[in-house]
Design a protein around this ligand. Structure first.
Ligand code: DP6
Length: 325
């Protein structure tokens, strides 16, 4: 039997309070809750078809066919969906990003959010937003935050059933812009999954996790009140704390390059001179420079002029994952 194909679209997200380290690596139950903003304009579009005529699951990303052995996490999500739907048909997954997957914009977040939505739809199961967020989380933790729209909190939860993300505010609540400074498009040496697994080896991780509820309260409130100064101060602190964990774990992970530091220093100088702007950095050398829409053009221009910046991707706050066909 061939079930009706489904296509879903999801945006990546940028975290203001970061996810780094799991209590349970297999289930992706995080050590702390996190808060992010979806990125409009950037997206992954994924079509899933289940059919008895396929011999095995297959995956194509853009023009590239990924061999069976590379399906790993995609396979796990398809198995979870088949179990939920009570079907056994293999699936064909065809996916494309409209941004470079190695640009340091978390492509796995958009990818697994789109996959969870398209696969469950194609299998004929209707999931609530919470259930979809949990399913996406199993593929990539940060993907659970790309299911709801706008400004989103991933509640760490105690067990599998209560670790999912919900929206704090819709995209139109606050016209923040992310100017992503691309310093390097080279694929990172150590991916997030390996990084999470060693986070607890840093003697600083316990302190970071213990202080997370305080930072989460500040950032949640700052988002609700559109308090840019508080968001800027706490999000920068949170990003620096995560990188301190990365650098001091075993093995130590250094993601910054000289140009990354130049950008961070410049952003701090600009803010000191009165421009509302802050940085946050994921597991790579590229720097997310965040500001209100009003300053976006001039901030983008300033970032482009910095040495070592190859390109700047610009994104507003984006909506939820959606079925598009
Ligand atoms: C630094 O969600 O990519 O971007 O669950 O192993 O797929 P996996 O990790 P992932 O980790 C994201 C880490 C981060 C911070 C964040 O987005 O919160």
């Amino acid at each position: 039997m061939t079930l009706k194909p489904a296509t879903a679209l999801a945006h990546p997200n940028i975290a203001f309070i970061k996810y780094w380290g799991n209590r349970d690596n297999d289930l992706r139950l995080p050590s702390n809750s996190s808060i992010s903003m979806n990125l409009d304009g950037l997206f992954t579009r994924t079509t899933v078809t289940f059919s008895a005529s396929f011999k095995t699951d297959s995956l194509r990303i853009g023009k590239k066919s990924i061999p069976g052995s590379g399906l790993g996490r995609v396979n796990d999500i398809l198995d979870l969906v088949r179990e939920l739907a009570g079907i056994s048909e293999p699936a064909e997954v065809v996916s494309e990003n409209n941004f470079p997957s190695s640009a340091g914009v978390a492509s796995s977040a958009a990818a697994f959010a789109a996959l969870a939505l398209a696969a469950s739809h194609a299998a004929g199961v209707t999931l609530t937003e919470h259930e979809l967020s949990r399913l996406a989380r199993r593929g990539s933790g940060s993907a659970c935050r790309s299911i709801p729209g706008g400004f989103v909190e991933w509640h760490a939860g105690i067990e599998e059933a209560d670790s999912f993300a919900t929206s704090i505010a819709p995209p139109e609540h606050w016209d923040l812009v992310d100017c992503v400074a691309i310093v390097s498009a080279v694929r990172k040496k150590t991916g997030s999954t390996e990084g999470h697994a060693v986070a607890a080896t840093s003697p600083l991780q316990a302190a970071r996790v213990a202080d997370a509820p305080r930072r989460l309260d500040l950032v949640r409130q700052a988002v609700l009140e559109r308090d840019f100064d508080t968001l800027a101060t706490v999000a920068e602190l949170d990003s620096d704390m995560m990188h301190a964990i990365m650098m001091t774990s075993n093995p130590g992970l250094f993601y910054w390059q000289p140009a990354s530091i130049t950008i961070m220093e410049s952003v701090r100088d600009w803010r000191a001179s009165g421009i509302p702007v802050f940085y946050t950095v994921d597991a790579g050398p590229n720097i997310h420079v965040i500001c209100p829409q009003q300053q976006a053009q001039s901030v983008e221009r300033r970032v482009r002029e910095l040495p070592g910046v190859n390109d700047v991707l610009v994104a507003n706050s984006g909506g939820p994952a959606q079925i598009v066909s």
